[in-house]
Design a binder for this molecule. Structure first.
Ligand SMILES: [Zn+2]
Length: 528
C-alpha cells in the first residue's frame, strides 16, 4: 500500500522520497482482501438495496471474514509446529513483557528528561548517548554508526489576520500556526499578503498565476477522521499530508509568497501539526506553515465573504548538516551470531512536543525486547540487534546510511521489526515479504491471540527506517496498533508521555518481543 502511494506520489513529484514524510503509516490500514471484497462485491449490492447493507456486512463479519482468516492459515497437512521448548519460551517472553515497567520508565526518561529530539539538536545527541549507555548496561555490544542529518532550527512564528470582512477597526485575529520542518524564513519583520484558499491542487491550478501571484495560499484539505476511526488512519494521513509535503512548491510555481496547510491531524483543539516539507528544485523556496484546523476554517469562511489579508512571521534557520548516529546494540546469537534480527524505533522526534508516541515508544519497545531476554536469561539462536534510528522525521538519513553501510550483509539480515505508530493496543503484526512467512509464524499468532493480538497482515512496507532493508529483500515487520487517536497528537505540542497508556505499551512490548524472539529462534529460514 505504501509502495503504491509512494509510486503515485513519486509520479506527481519525481525525486521526492515520500518515506521521509512519515508515510509508512499509510500502509498500516490495509486488510486488502476484505477491503476488495467489500468494494468489489458488496458495494453494488448496497447501492441496489440500502436495507441489505446490514445483512451483507453481517455476512462479511461472520462468514467471509472468517474464511479469509482461515485462508491465511496453513492447510492441516503443512501445519507448522514449534518445539515445546520454543513455544514455552515465547510465552515466557510475552508474559514477562506484560508485567514489566522497563519500557515505560525508558519512555518517561526519553520524553520528560531528554525531551524533544529533533535531528541535529543537543537533545537528539543526549538521547543517542543515553540509549547507548542503557543498552551497554544490559550487556549488549553497542556501536554508534554515523549519519549526516539536516539541522533545522525553529524560530519565532506568528500569524494574524490584518484585514477581513466586517473587521472591527484597528484589530487583528491571531492565527494558530507552526512552521513546517525545513521551511525558509519570512523577512525579519514578516510579510503581509492576501490569502487565497484551495482544497486541492486542481483548485490551485484553476486559479492560475494571475490570482495566486503575490498571495499566501492556504491548502485546506481535511484529515478524514471517519477513515481514521475505522482503522484507516494511514489513508486519512496520506490524503492530506501531500499538501504539507509539496504544497509550498506548487504554490510558489504560481508566484505565491507563502504557503499554509490545514494541519494534518484528527483532533480539533487548535493545535498546529508540524512535519517535513520538501522544496522542489524548479520552484522558489517560500515560507510554509501549518495552521490549526479551526483557523483554517476561519480563514476559509472569511475568504468566502471577501478580501482577507494576513501577516506571517517565521524565523527558522537551516544550519549545515550535522553529524549524528544510529544506536546499534547486539545481543549475540548462540548458534548463528552472524544472522541478525533487528528490533527498532526512531530516536529523533519533532520539536514541538516530547516525542512520546512518535517515536519514543518505538525505541522503548525495542530496548525492552533486549532487556526481557537478559532478564529471562534467554539467548536466541540469532543475534538480536536493537536499533534506535536517527532522522526518520526529516530525511531518513539513519535508515539510508544503515542500509548502505551494511549492504553486503543483507543475506544475513534475517528480519527487521520497527514500531512507529505510537503505543495503542496491538492487534497483531504486519509482515512484508512472501506470504509463506505468515504460515511459518502461525504458532506465534496462536500465542499472541491470548492477548487479543493474533491478527496478521501482509503489506508492501512496514516502517520508514526498515523500508530500505525491505527493498533489499529483508522481511520486515511492525505491530498492528489501534491508531485511531494517533493523529490527534502526531507532530504537535501534545505528543507527551501521558498519551501512552502503560498497559498498552506493555502489550506492544509483548507482541514485539515475542515476534523478535520467534524470528531469532525459529528453526526455519524465512523465504525471500
Ligand atoms: Zn515516527
Amino acid at each position: 500500500m505504501l509502495g503504491l502511494i509512494c509510486r503515485t506520489l513519486g509520479a506527481l513529484e519525481p525525486n521526492l522520497d515520500w518515506r521521509a514524510f512519515g508515510l509508512s503509516s499509510i500502509l498500516r490500514s490495509q486488510s486488502n482482501s476484505l477491503k476488495s471484497l467489500l468494494s468489489l462485491e458488496i458495494r453494488p449490492m448496497i447501492i441496489h438495496r440500502q436495507n441489505r447493507a446490514m445483512i451483507i456486512l453481517l455476512a462479511a463479519t461472520f462468514f467471509i471474514y472468517p474464511l479469509l482468516a482461515f485462508a491465511q492459515r496453513p492447510a492441516a497437512s503443512q501445519e507448522v509446529k514449534y518445539s515445546p521448548q520454543l513455544a514455552s519460551e515465547i510465552k515466557k517472553v510475552q508474559q514477562a513483557a506484560l508485567e514489566s515497567d522497563y519500557a515505560y520508565r525508558q519512555l518517561a526518561h526519553l520524553s520528560n528528561n531528554i525531551g524533544p529530539r529533533l535531528s541535529g539538536s543537543p537533545q537528539a545527541q543526549a538521547a543517542v548517548e543515553y540509549v547507548a549507555a542503557e543498552l551497554r548496561k544490559l550487556g549488549l555490544e553497542v556501536q554508534l554508526e554515523k549519519c549526516m542529518v539536516p539541522h533545522w532550527v525553529r524560530g519565532e512564528e506568528a500569524g494574524a489576520l490584518t484585514e477581513y470582512p466586517s473587521m472591527a477597526p484597528n484589530t487583528t485575529q491571531k492565527i494558530a500556526l507552526t512552521a513546517l520542518g525545513g521551511s525558509v524564513a519570512t523577512p525579519a519583520d514578516g510579510l503581509t499578503a492576501e490569502v487565497v484558499v484551495v482544497n486541492n491542487f486542481e483548485e490551485l491550478e484553476a486559479l492560475g498565476r494571475n490570482r495566486v501571484v503575490g498571495k499566501i495560499v492556504l491548502f485546506n484539505a481535511k484529515f478524514d477522521q471517519r477513515l481514521a476511526d475505522n482503522g484507516f488512519e494511514g489513508q486519512a494521513y496520506g490524503q492530506a499530508v501531500i499538501y504539507r509535503g509539496i504544497g509550498a512548491s506548487a504554490a510558489a510555481r504560481l508566484g505565491a509568497v507563502a504557503a499554509l496547510n490545514r494541519s494534518v491531524g484528527g483532533a480539533d483543539y487548535r493545535l498546529p501539526h508540524t512535519g517535513a516539507l520538501r522544496y522542489a528544485d524548479d520552484a522558489p523556496k517560500i515560507p510554509a506553515a501549518a495552521v490549526a484546523s479551526e483557523d483554517a476554517d476561519l480563514i476559509a469562511h472569511l475568504v468566502s465573504e471577501g478580501k482577507v489579508r494576513m501577516r506571517l512571521l517565521l524565523t527558522p534557520q537551516t544550519w549545515p548538516d550535522a553529524v549524528s548516529y544510529n544506536v546499534i546494540a547486539d545481543l549475540k546469537g548462540s548458534e548463528h551470531p552472524e544472522q541478525v534480527v533487528i528490533v527498532s524505533g526512531h530516536l529523533d522526534s519533532w520539536d514541538l512536543g516530547r516525542g512520546a508516541i512518535d517515536d519514543g515508544a518505538g525505541v522503548a519497545i525495542a530496548m525492552q525486547t533486549a532487556q526481557l531476554f537478559k532478564q529471562l536469561r534467554l539467548r536466541p539462536k540469532r543475534t538480536i540487534r536493537v536499533i534506535a534510528w536517527m532522522n526518520e522525521e526529516n530525511g531518513l538519513a539513519g535508515g539510508r546510511a544503515y542500509a548502505n553501510d551494511h549492504k553486503d550483509e543483507m543475506a544475513n539480515h534475517f528480519a527487521a521489526i520497527e514500531s512507529d505508530l505510537g503505543a495503542g493496543h496491538p492487534l497483531g503484526f504486519y509482515a512484508q515479504g512472501k506470504p509463506e512467512i505468515l504460515t511459518l509464524l502461525q504458532p506465534l499468532t496462536v500465542i499472541l491471540q491470548t492477548q487479543g493480538a493474533g491478527v496478521t497482515r501482509l503489506v508492501e512496507e512496514t516502517g520508514s527506517d526498515v523500508a530500505p532493508l525491505g527493498a533489499a529483500g529483508v522481511p520486515t515487520f511492525a505491530p498492528i496498533q489501534d491508531a485511531r487517536t494517533y493523529f490527534n497528537y502526531h507532530h504537535t505540542a501534545a505528543d507527551t508521555l501521558d498519551k501512552v497508556n502503560p498497559k498498552e505499551l506493555q502489550e506492544n512490548c509483548a507482541v514485539v518481543a515475542a515476534l523478535a524472539y520467534t524470528l531469532a529462534s525459529m528453526p526455519q529460514a524465512l523465504p525471500r
